[in-house]
Design a protein around this ligand. Structure first.
Ligand code: SF4
Length: 197
């Protein structure tokens, strides 16, 4: 980790305040629907692909008023240079959208948290996401509540200082919808789409 600025502890406190501000801005109605999403999707007679779209739509709805509270801006791609864990269903969505062949992952592939620090996502080009409409849930949910992007560069970031808003029912819904034969297969996006020569 590089040297931290002298006001780092104030920055951390402010980031937590900003995160609390975001949480307070969420409407009760949206939170109730997020809470019920796994149950709602279990009742719906639709394809897994269609249910995945509903999960992404819910995530986008929850994030729609988040901008004033976060450092994330177009052109900053620090979070695309760290582990990006996605499900097979999400990888299929990207493969269908891009025509890019995906690897068959037959067993879960856990990675240490720093495994892909500094390694570009295969869909990152000139610090922009080339699959933005089809980006995975983890990318939609990820945000830095700091005022600048200093802290979300993995070189600077002590992981314990990252305030995170967890939408647990969205994650649960993704696992449920992605499950084949009883469980969902998750791996890093680079496992599904290895580097092309
Ligand atoms: S899918 Fe897009 S947003 Fe997600 S890590 Fe890759 S480039 Fe970044």
């Amino acid at each position: 980790m590089s040297d931290l600025p002298s006001d780092y502890s104030q920055q951390v406190a402010k980031a937590h305040d900003r995160m609390d501000g975001f949480k307070a801005s969420l409407t009760a109605d949206a939170l109730v629907r997020e809470d019920a999403l796994p149950e709602t999707l279990a009742r719906v007679n639709a394809s897994a692909k269609c249910k995945l779209r509903r999960i992404y739509a819910m995530s986008d709805e929850l994030a729609k008023n988040r901008d004033p509270f976060i450092a994330c801006k177009k052109g900053c791609a620090n979070c695309c240079r760290m582990n990006v864990v996605i499900s097979t269903l999400e990888a299929e969505q990207i493969a269908n959208a891009t025509g890019r062949k995906m690897a068959a992952i037959t067993r879960p592939k856990p990675h240490a948290i720093e495994t892909f620090d500094g390694v570009d996502c295969p869909f990152l080009l000139d610090s922009m996401c080339t699959v933005y409409e089809d980006r995975p849930l983890v990318c939609r949910n990820h945000a830095s509540y700091y005022e600048t992007n200093f802290a979300c560069d993995t070189v600077n970031m002590p992981v314990t200082d990252a305030p995170i808003v967890e939408f647990t029912e969205l994650t649960k819904a993704l696992g449920m919808v992605s499950a084949v034969k009883g469980y969902a297969m998750f791996a890093d996006i680079r496992d599904f789409f290895p580097k092309q020569d």
